[in-house]
Design a protein around this ligand. Structure first.
Ligand code: 13P
Ligand code: ZN
Length: 324
């Protein structure tokens, strides 16, 4: 059991306040491997960017909470040993139950998400309120979600985009009644590979900035979160397909739309799929080109370099470089 401050982390309160005031979003990256974790730390050190490390409830099954906490602490130690001070938060991504949130807080997460978005409004409020009361006793910040983003959360499977936009009046009531610290809203993003549908002329739809503006007007200064924000670079999809994969349709969110939202009230942007597909494409290519390979380091080291490039670029998209 650890408290996040012992591991060198901060919660998201000050990060978001600065981000809102200065008009950028803090990058929030999912990680599932050591090289991915190292690539995130490489990138934020190079860019002097704050960062939120996203761990899904399943990640502890893979690594164990103790290891997860220590991995994050080791990254923070590396930052400090280089004479830098970068705000780092370990955040539970899509916590689905109160107990998952308790476990995360007890094992050193500084921030948690309680995702009651699939529940009826009043049940979402009750679950979020209870989680906020518990988390705030430990100095941990809480993200909640209102409005449904469908899609494959972790699997990267192809799924059709379908988004139920957040109602701004409900968002206002939700924030006021629950006391949550940030809110994920649905303005047209979606998890997974297929997020948006082009119109009959082939034009891509814009995010619903009008909904975002309405929420910003109703709860001024309140941090908004965007999930499902990956761009899905066709380069990596082509590479996956060229080396034995089979992905048919993709449609990501154009990055200029993420930049625009980040300059508004969006203070945190979640990226998972762009990390998965780049590393997997590279792994497939390297293994195909080296059929006699017996050591996974033949791709892990190169994946770290590639992922670092992906994250450096994302930091520019969100405008979070040099914001310490
Ligand atoms: P993507 O699938 O667009 O990367 O979304 C990530 C996310 O929202 C994680 O919570
Ligand atoms: Zn998400």
């Amino acid at each position: 059991m650890y408290h996040y401050t012992e591991l060198g982390q901060v919660n998201t309160k000050d990060m978001f306040q600065k981000a809102y005031k200065e008009g950028y979003a803090v990058p929030a990256f999912n990680f599932v491997s050591i090289e991915q974790f190292n690539a995130i730390i490489d990138a934020v050190m190079e860019k002097h960017s704050p960062v939120i490390l996203l761990a899904s409830p399943n990640l502890h099954r893979q690594l164990g909470f103790e290891m997860l906490a220590r991995i994050v602490q080791s990254g923070i130690d590396r930052i400090h040993n280089c004479g830098m001070d970068i705000p780092v938060a370990l955040h539970l991504d899509h916590g689905m139950t109160f107990q998952q949130c308790v476990d995360a807080v007890e094992f050193g997460f500084s921030s948690i998400m309680i995702d009651g978005s699939a529940l009826p409004f009043e049940e979402n409020i009750a679950l979020t309120e209870k989680t906020v009361a518990y988390a705030h006793r430990h100095g941990v910040t809480v993200e909640a979600e209102l409005g449904v983003l469908s899609g494959a959360e972790e699997s990267g499977e192809e799924e059709q985009a379908e988004s139920l936009y957040t109602d701004p009046a409900m968002a206002e009531e939700f924030v006021k009644r629950t006391g949550c610290d940030s809110l994920a809203i649905s303005i047209g993003t979606c998890h997974g590979l297929v997020k948006i549908k082009p119109d009959p002329n082939g034009n891509l739809p814009e995010l619903r900035y009008d909904i975002l503006e309405d929420v910003m007007r109703r709860v001024p200064g309140f941090p908004i979160v965007l999930h499902g924000a990956s761009a899905i670079d066709p380069r990596f999809v082509d590479m996956i397909n060229a080396y034995g994969g089979h992905i048919e349709a993709v449609a990501g969110i154009p990055e200029e739309q993420i930049t625009k939202a980040s300059r508004m009230g969006v203070c945190k942007v979640n990226i998972a799929t762009d990390g998965w597909i780049s590393a997997l494409a590279n792994t497939r290519k390297i293994l195909a080109e080296n059929p006699g390979a017996i050591d996974s380091r033949i791709f892990t080291l190169k994946n770290r370099d590639l992922l670092r490039e992906v994250y450096l670029h994302k930091i520019d998209v969100m405008g979070s470089a040099d914001r310490l």
